[in-house]
Write a protein that binds this ligand. Structure first.
Ligand code: SF4
Length: 213
């Protein structure tokens, strides 16, 4: 079941934010995959639904950026979003494994439920789950917005602690939601709640400009 990939294996990436405090506990490296087979009404990232487009990036380059994030920004983990991470399971699993190997935690947002994920025949999905600390599951339901739980889009979505690294009573879950706005090369970048459900993510891929915020 172990997913080992060549460093030049390419992942389809919609966006990377190398340092964010708006996509999970602490300071994190956040990555959005390009492509999702689901169609939640009101999806805030419609431009990330097609599997075409995005930017192909080598696994080794992303892992290098994660390591740089640890050294330069003291990130405590990575967050995988989409698009749909489970639809990119081999690459997502390889990233999660690499993150764990350098001591980073892994948080994943998926539109599938945990039960659905566990029934998927793709062994890479199981590998991804095995290297995930926090899984936020279930489709986004526009009619059920969640105004109380940090980082969570709708009330049907559940937070699963798949390792001992985090707990539901950690103080981070009781802090207010965070919205980050960056100005980079004359364009605005927005991420974090309520961007996930209301504003939408801004679209210029920041990884093309290696200068961090
Ligand atoms: S799973 Fe996420 S990216 Fe996919 S349609 Fe639903 S909200 Fe959009």
């Amino acid at each position: 079941m172990t997913i080992r990939m060549q460093p030049d294996y390419r992942l389809s990436i919609a966006q990377i934010v190398p340092r964010t405090e708006a996509e999970g506990p602490g300071v994190r490296f956040a990555l959005w995959f390009q492509g999702c087979p689901l169609r939640c009404p009101g999806c805030c990232n419609p431009e990330m639904l097609p599997f075409e487009g995005g930017t192909p990036m080598a696994l080794g380059e992303i892992v290098r950026q994660m390591g740089q994030g640890l050294e330069s920004h003291g990130i405590e983990g990575i967050t995988l979003l989409g698009g749909e991470p489970l639809a990119h399971a081999p690459g997502a699993a390889a990233l999660a494994r690499a993150a764990r190997e350098i001591g980073l935690s892994v948080m994943v947002f998926t539109g599938y439920t945990l039960e659905e994920a566990r029934q998927m025949p793709d062994t890479a999905v199981a590998e991804l789950l095995a290297h995930t600390d926090i899984l936020v599951d279930g489709p986004y339901v526009r009619e059920q917005p969640d105004s109380t739980r940090r980082w969570i889009g709708s009330t049907n979505q559940r937070v699963h602690f798949l390792s001992e690294r985090y707990r539901a009573d950690d103080p981070c879950w009781r802090q207010p939601n965070t919205l980050e706005i960056r100005l980079r090369e004359g364009e605005l970048a927005v991420n974090g709640f309520p961007a996930r459900s209301a504003v939408g993510l801004w679209r210029r891929p920041p990884w093309r400009t290696p200068r961090d915020p």
